[in-house]
Write a protein that binds this ligand. Structure first.
Ligand SMILES: [Zn+2]
Length: 492
């Protein structure tokens, strides 16, 4: 699209929006109550989606079975031939495009989009019919769930060509990127929702609160200027943040707005679509991100309603600027003030540990790494231990080989209290996922168990007399009162 057409289109959309706004004034609509959004979620959540990891096969039947309130298109196919679908709802003058999971392992918003599709299919006689009517008459909403189905199949960021689709908006070497760009050019959305997940370690700057949701009105140039389109995106975000602050006060961050010339969000903004990025982060005790999915549903529905009614235009863009920045200061486990000794030199350190989720034949397990070592006083932990007076110590390997089914959790706890950190098992168990809180090893090549920045987080914390804690694959095990904490790891 050339600049003139872009200008004309923007002008047309502004007229449409102004028209809409006066409609809003005439009807004097109120912002949606958070409790109503919650109620809508509970009623319409898609029960077939319960875990973060799923592939195209899981969503295909959910697309096929849609009612005719949606107009359906197959936009094209991925590298491996999986379809990219568009579902369109409403017949209003404001086109809104929502696309999710261009990164295959970022599925939280995809789940929420299916919840929204269910919502839009609801009965004309229910409590939400008036909301649907406003959306239907004022918006034309197009959903593209799962832009990267090949990546989703492997639960990996990149597509089957190893291309990061969010760095392929300009070159378009991937069919999925070509399809998304063509969808934009064909539909010319006034508003766009670019839906992603971010890692668990972002916090709202200056606090220990995880950035459970991060938001951004992406920049459209290096200077990060704010034009009318970007400002409208900011105002929509302010409305979303009202809902979020009621649900998760303090757990919202503003994503960095450095211009990335290859990314879709930045280019959508540049191409004239008021673009809103939502990044789903982490929330304590929500490993499958089902609560964050609910938040996505609530804020997207709220945003659609505010765009349809013009309510968003009453917000001040300065309230967007006031949202705290994202920082990356979280650890899964932060051990503070522990004594360590290397080559006879004794010192005090903090140890920061992060854990990633991996899969072995579909079984989920965790893999820990020492992320940092030293003065980590600017960091926060989902779990923190002040280990003042304790010393970090190397564990021993139990000499006898045991079959997995022959050893109980109680016996493992007994070994840990004696300073054993690992046991050996026959080679055939290699790769098995287990939940015993001890390292289980096969073969003769033993891992280096010396506590250090470069080794896996497997060590003890002890005082002069006894072993108080074990750290196993980055998980803290209290040897005095073990409780029923459980985690999965792999036989190495
Ligand atoms: Zn992403």
């Amino acid at each position: 699209m050339n600049t003139t057409t872009n200008f004309v289109l923007r002008g047309f959309l502004l007229i449409a929006l102004v028209g809409c706004h006066s409609f809003a004034n005439a009807q004097n609509p109120e912002p949606l109550e958070t409790s109503l959004l919650e109620k809508a979620y509970e009623h319409f959540k898609e029960s077939q989606l319960t875990e973060r990891r799923f592939g195209y096969d899981k969503i295909s039947p959910l697309i096929e079975s849609r009612s005719d309130v949606f107009q359906q298109q197959v936009l094209g196919k991925s590298v491996e031939g999986r379809p990219l679908h568009a579902l369109t709802y409403g017949s209003g003058p404001i086109p809104v495009l929502l696309w999710s999971q261009m990164h295959g392992d970022e599925s939280t918003a995809t789940m929420a989009l299916f919840d929204l599709l269910n919502f839009l299919e609801g009965s004309e006689a229910d409590d939400f019919a008036a909301i649907r009517k406003v959306l239907q008459e004022n918006l034309t909403i197009r959903f593209i769930p799962m832009v990267n189905p090949d990546g989703a199949e492997r639960f990996q960021r990149r597509n089957a060509l190893h291309i990061d689709l969010n760095r392929d908006a300009i070159r378009q070497s991937s069919p999925e990127a070509i399809i998304l760009k063509a969808a934009r050019d064909d539909f010319e959305p006034a508003f766009g929702f670019n839906l992603h997940d971010q890692n668990a370690y972002y916090n709202a700057s200056g606090t220990s609160n995880p950035a459970t949701i991060s938001v951004l009105a992406p920049a459209y140039n290096e200077a990060r200027e704010v034009n009318e389109g970007r400002e409208e995106a900011m105002k929509v975000i302010v409305g979303m943040n009202r809902v979020l602050q009621e649900e998760i006060p303090g757990n919202v961050g503003k994503y960095n707005d450095s211009f990335e010339p290859r990314a879709f969000g930045d280019n959508f903004q540049k191409w004239g679509t008021s673009t809103i990025l939502i990044e789903s982060g982490a929330y304590p005790n929500d490993p499958e991100k089902q609560y964050i999915r609910k938040l996505n549903f609530m804020i997207i529905l709220n945003a659609l309603y505010e765009i349809a009614t013009g309510i968003y235009d009453n917000h001040e863009a300065s309230a967007y600027q006031a949202i705290p920045d994202n920082a990356s200061r979280l650890m899964d486990l932060l051990i503070k003030n522990v004594r360590s000794e290397t080559n006879g030199y004794a010192y005090v350190t903090d140890i920061g540990i992060r854990r990633s989720v991996r899969y072995q034949n579909g079984a989920r397990y965790e893999h820990g790494e020492v992320e940092d070592w030293g003065d980590l006083s600017i960091y926060y932990g989902y779990e923190e231990l002040d280990a003042e007076g304790m010393t970090v110590a190397k564990g021993k390997v139990w000499g006898k080989e045991v079959a997995l089914e022959e050893i109980s959790k109680d016996e493992v706890m007994g070994l840990l209290r004696e300073g054993y950190l690992a046991i050996k098992t026959p080679e055939e168990n290699k790769g098995m996922v287990h939940d015993l809180p001890i390292l289980i090893l096969t073969g003769d090549q033993l891992p280096d168990l010396e506590p250090s920045l470069s080794n896996a987080p497997n060590f003890f914390l002890k005082n002069d007399n006894e072993f108080l804690y074990a750290v196993i694959n980055g998980n803290l095990v209290d040897l005095q009162s073990p409780g029923n904490k459980s985690f999965k790891q792999r036989v190495q």
